[in-house]
Design a protein. Structure first.
Length: 149
C-alpha cells in the first residue's frame, strides 16, 4: 500500500529562493503491489502491467510499470521537494525511453532550468533512470509559491 509522505520529508522552496541549476533527486522501488494499486486507481488494467504469464510473451519478458506510474515520481518530486508543497502544475512533456520492470529502483531527478517572474513560473528538466539508463525524460512548468509577507 502507498503510504503518506511525512511532513519532514517535504520542503517548500519559495519562488524568491529558487535558482537555475537547483536540483532534487529521489529514489523509488517499483513493486507489484504499487503497480496493482495504480491500475485500480487509474482503471488501466493492461495485462502487460499485471499478468506475468501474458507479459512473459511480450518483448519485455515480464510485467512493466505503467508509463504514467513512472511519471508520478516526477510529480511527487515537484510536489514535495522542488519547489514543493503549494506548487501548481501548468504543463508537462514526457518521453518514455525504456520500460520500467517490476522490482526496479527508479531515480528521479528534477532541475530548475528557467525562472519566469510573471506568474512565478518555474521550468524544470525531468528525468527518471534505472541504473544508467534513462527511462523517462521531459520538462515541467509549475507555478511556485510566493514567500509569505
Amino acid at each position: 500500500m502507498l503510504g503518506p509522505i511525512s511532513m519532514s520529508a517535504m520542503q517548500t522552496i519559495y519562488f524568491e529562493d529558487l535558482r537555475v541549476g537547483m536540483r532534487e533527486t529521489t529514489r523509488n522501488v517499483v513493486t507489484k503491489e504499487k503497480v496493482a494499486a495504480f491500475a485500480e486507481i487509474s482503471g488501466d488494467h493492461n495485462p502487460i502491467h499485471l499478468d506475468e504469464a501474458y507479459a512473459a510473451t511480450t518483448p519485455f519478458g515480464g510485467c512493466i510499470a505503467h508509463g504514467v506510474f513512472t511519471a508520478g515520481f516526477v510529480s511527487a518530486a515537484i510536489a514535495t521537494r522542488l519547489p514543493g508543497p503549494g506548487s501548481i502544475y501548468i504543463s508537462q512533456t514526457l518521453s518514455f525511453r525504456a520500460p520500467v520492470m517490476i522490482g526496479a529502483t527508479v531515480e528521479t531527478a528534477i532541475e530548475v532550468t528557467e525562472l519566469i517572474e510573471r506568474g512565478r513560473r518555474v521550468k524544470l528538466k525531468c528525468e527518471c533512470r534505472v541504473g544508467d539508463k534513462v527511462v523517462l525524460e521531459g520538462e515541467a512548468e509549475v507555478k511556485a509559491t510566493a514567500r509569505p509577507a
